[in-house]
Design a protein around this ligand. Structure first.
Ligand SMILES: [Zn+2]
Ligand SMILES: [Zn+2]
Length: 350
């Protein structure tokens, strides 16, 4: 199946227009026309081969919203015209204990990434959302609730679920004390979601610059991490810290802020972290954890939650041919808070 999009051809080159063949749709697949595609920090890491597992040419994009244009003969959940959304995975074994629990992201055989991964049957490398079409088995497509603004839904599929899942895993609700480190794509969703769940939300930031933004997003306050007095006063005052910083960093500063049995969850950085001091872990029975996206059932639950609570990402819409500039701006954190590509603009580049 012929399609087109934008691809990285090398770690040092900008993304360029690219045509390719999608695998032929199977009986349990839906074919989507992609309408909007979010721009995740991982896309940039992958385009530049920062994790050393990129296969070029790479078509990034795993925050995908589109319309069903074709359904296989065995498809029961969707029909042509439905609005569906796909996140970071398009397949898994479907039979291991994790898959059966609806935690496909933790599949024992590894899930199949939306891009840069071999298809489980044909071995074709998957292509992501910076393109015209997506072929995906129906179990990995989520339904977009009608009340959600379709132009803003895409970032929920990675930034949204990546922060929603740990908030649910650690039972955040009314009265929970949640802190968020980093106010980017993930961080701003963590603030909005935790606040919609009824938690008391604090943003941790090096300066006071983001105080207004933090409030607007729904945070109760901003704690300046370079203010020693304020940090000392905030000791043992959080149940959960969502750490969204996407680069190697030090967590020693933050651990004492957790109450007994509190948890700091790393959701941003994929790779080495700075060495840490075990003292605050031992003395306060504190924990550090990681959390990867979420399962499909939980992703649907998150979309429905956002529809019910009217939680939406703050997005800046761009054209497909603005992607290289968007990558540069994202690297400087010059976006509030997520770029979304209007995929209709792809036609103008062909
Ligand atoms: Zn992502
Ligand atoms: Zn599995």
């Amino acid at each position: 199946m012929k399609s087109s999009g934008f691809a990285a051809t090398d770690a040092n080159e900008p993304l360029v227009p690219f045509t390719f063949e999608h695998r032929a749709p199977r009986a349990n697949d839906v074919v989507m026309e992609i309408l909007y595609s979010g721009v995740c920090h991982s896309d940039l890491h992958m385009a530049r081969n920062d994790w050393n597992w990129t296969a070029y040419p790479l078509v990034p994009g795993h925050e995908i919203v589109g319309r069903v244009i074709e359904v296989g003969s065995d498809v029961t959940r969707y029909k042509i015209g439905d609005h569906v959304a796909v996140g970071c995975m398009v397949d898994s074994c479907q039979s291991c204990d994790q898959c059966r629990r609806g935690e496909e992201q933790l599949c024992r055989e590894g899930n199949t990434g939306t891009y840069n991964a071999p298809d489980r049957i044909t071995g074709d490398i998957t292509r992501g959302g910076y393109s015209k079409h997506l072929v995906v088995r129906e179990e990995f497509a989520c339904r977009v609730p009608d009340s959600l603004d379709i132009t803003r839904v895409a970032p929920l599929l990675c930034a949204g679920i990546t922060t929603y899942s740990p908030l649910r895993t650690w039972n955040v609700g009314p009265g929970s004390r949640v802190a968020v480190i980093g106010l980017g794509g993930l961080g701003h969703m963590a603030v909005k979601l935790a606040s919609a769940m009824g938690a008391e939300v604090t943003v941790l930031s090096r300066t006071n610059d983001k105080a207004e933004d933090a409030k607007t997003l729904g945070a109760d306050r901003l704690l300046i991490s370079t203010d020693e007095k304020a940090m000392a006063e905030a000791q043992s005052s959080f149940d959960l810290i969502i750490d969204t910083v996407p680069v190697k960093h030090d967590i020693d500063l933050y651990m004492p802020l957790l109450d007994v049995d509190g948890t700091l969850v790393i959701v941003g950085q994929v790779g080495p972290m700075s060495p840490f001091n075990s003292v605050p872990f031992l003395l306060g029975r504190r924990r550090v954890a990681g959390s990867p996206i979420g399962g499909i059932r939980e992703t649907q639950e998150m979309l429905d939650f956002c529809a019910r609570k009217n939680v939406m990402p703050d997005v800046e819409m761009i054209r497909m041919d603005e992607i290289n500039e968007a990558f540069e701006r994202m690297e400087r954190s010059d976006v509030r808070y997520r770029f979304v590509i209007d995929m209709a603009s792809l036609a103008a580049t062909e």
